[in-house]
Design a protein around this ligand. Structure first.
Ligand SMILES: Nc1ncnc2c1ncn2[C@@H]1O[C@H](COP(=O)(O)OP(=O)(O)O)[C@@H](O)[C@H]1O
Ligand SMILES: [Mg+2]
Length: 255
């Protein structure tokens, strides 16, 4: 399988008050095109930092990250910003959206900001609306962000992450602020996007979410301690077995 992301000996050190905190320690990771990978591990183990450094949102201390063969450290600031805008989508636990824009205008913002996306504003709106419909929130296009539920807002964030048709989505606890039902809906939307070809790397604390992923990494203290391959999720009938396998593995790791 073709690699979309290759990470070699990635280290990230934060220095706070002259104290060095080695948050990522020689992380090696390869993500194949089309994979859906979950990252689990204790709080403070470096999961978010891993997501931010491999996507170029935050700089690395040493090592190498290649996205589609391109070393991201070799890119200038604006080239990296363009790469993120056009090739990557981001979803966070906190559903950051601008308060003074409607849901639809928030969703198309990455398309409006992209130099590569030459569609007209009307076409961008049509694309945004089509994504909203696909995610079951088409009727909320003109709503303000405080007029929708948490689950609806997170689906809007997924639509926004998709608007420039990225090759890869990075999601940091996308279901962390949602109730069980919304969490399942959002997870199933991510699985659907993945089945249509988008590679996804997602951080989660929830074994129900991770059990639907192809592969799960377990990070402890800045190192990938272990990983388990579950394969493509074939549907609900396989869920219980996958959850059992995953939970046994997690228990052995001290989760
Ligand atoms: N911007 C930052 N500046 C300094 N330290 C940070 C920063 N971001 C994260 N850290 C530290 O890095 C460690 C890992 O954090 P994080 O990646 O957020 O963990 P996780 O997502 O696994 O909970 C923590 O000790 C945290 O305090
Ligand atoms: Mg985190």
């Amino acid at each position: 399988m073709k690699k979309i992301l290759e990470v070699k000996d990635l280290c990230k050190t934060y220095v706070v008050n002259k104290h060095q905190n080695n948050v990522l320690k020689n992380v090696n990771l390869a993500v194949a095109e089309g994979e859906l990978i979950a990252v689990m591990g204790p709080s403070g183990s470096g999961k978010s930092t891993l997501l931010y450094t491999v996507s170029g949102m935050d700089g690395m201390t040493s090592g190498e990250v290649r996205f589609k063969g391109q070393s991201i450290a070799a890119l200038k600031g604006d080239q990296l910003a363009d790469l993120r805008l056009d090739e990557m989508g981001f979803i966070f636990q906190q559903m950051y959206m601008l308060k003074n824009l409607t849901i639809l205008d928030n969703i198309i913002l990455p398309a409006v900001s992209s130099k590569k996306n030459t569609a007209s504003r009307k076409e961008k709106q049509e694309r945004g609306l089509a994504l909203m419909k696909k995610l079951g929130i088409g009727e909320l296009a003109d709503n303000d962000i405080n007029e929708v539920s948490g689950g609806q807002l997170q689906r809007a964030c997924i639509a926004r992450s998709m608007v420039n048709s990225p090759s890869m989505i990075f999601a940091d606890e996308p279901t962390g602020a949602l109730n069980r039902t919304s969490s399942e809906e959002v997870t199933d939307e991510l699985i659907r996007l993945n089945s249509e070809g988008t590679t996804i790397l997602l951080v989660t604390h929830d074994s129900h979410v991770a059990a639907k992923c192809d592969r799960v990494l377990y990070i402890v203290d800045g190192c990938i301690k272990d990983e388990i391959t579950l394969g493509k999720y074939p549907g609900p009938s396989a869920l219980r077995d996958r959850e059992r396998t995953l939970n046994n593995w997690l228990m052995d790791l001290g989760w």
